[in-house]
Design a protein around this ligand. Sequence first.
Ligand SMILES: Cc1cc2nc3c(=O)[nH]c(=O)nc-3n(C[C@H](O)[C@H](O)[C@H](O)COP(=O)(O)OP(=O)(O)OC[C@H]3O[C@@H](n4cnc5c(N)ncnc54)[C@H](O)[C@@H]3O)c2cc1C
Length: 192
Amino acid sequence: MNKHYDVIVVGAVSMGIAAGYYLSRQGVKVLLVDAFNPPHTNASHHGDTRVIRHAYGEGREYVPLALRAQELWDELEKMSYLKIFSRVGALGFGPKGESPFIDEAIASAKEFDLSIELLSSKEISKRWPGIAIPENYEAFFEPNSGVLWSENCIRMYRELAKVHGADIVVNSPVEDIQTYEDSVTVVTKNRN
Ligand SMILES: Cc1cc2nc3c(=O)[nH]c(=O)nc-3n(C[C@H](O)[C@H](O)[C@H](O)COP(=O)(O)OP(=O)(O)OC[C@H]3O[C@@H](n4cnc5c(N)ncnc54)[C@H](O)[C@@H]3O)c2cc1C
């Protein structure tokens, strides 16, 4: 098959299928290609859920990105007949004074005015009887974070990308990408 597209996305799961959806929604002619049939068991979306946190121990500069991502997940949830996001909250804890990750997450929440609760080990055990942490630990709970139903997210983006005109080719590993001055040819195991 020789067809022409504005954008060809190789890998049509978490990143690729979302990119394909948003591009096709803007009127871009998109082809998505995957070695398997998304959602599938051979990539990192596999399984029921993935956590999304807003307070970021990895660095406060991620907070605006996480909040924007949350807006888009909430938008997807409204369009979806499948469950996309469960706002179950997220709990973080570590030894007080020895947990740069927890300290940064708390600082990031304060800087961006996120809703968090600072909790002692006793308060945690009272609220979640299955969790027991040492008394010298610091902990925080962010109620607005939660889990994404990752395979459903991919199912919905795939359906919506198709609605907006994206083509998807599955079970077709890309074997070569030939680049020319003003175009590329993507060669798959099964066809071009
Ligand atoms: C165990 C685990 C737990 C995680 N937990 C979380 C979490 O709680 N929260 C969070 O935000 N993130 C989490 N992550 C990370 C998150 O899941 C990944 O960052 C994300 O799913 C990556 O998606 P991706 O689309 O970039 O890549 P991948 O999932 O790696 O997908 C790559 C895709 O490309 C396709 N592909 C590869 N080569 C070719 C080829 N030659 N031709 C055609 N197709 C090809 C593959 O088939 C696959 O579908 C976790 C990851 C793992 C593994």
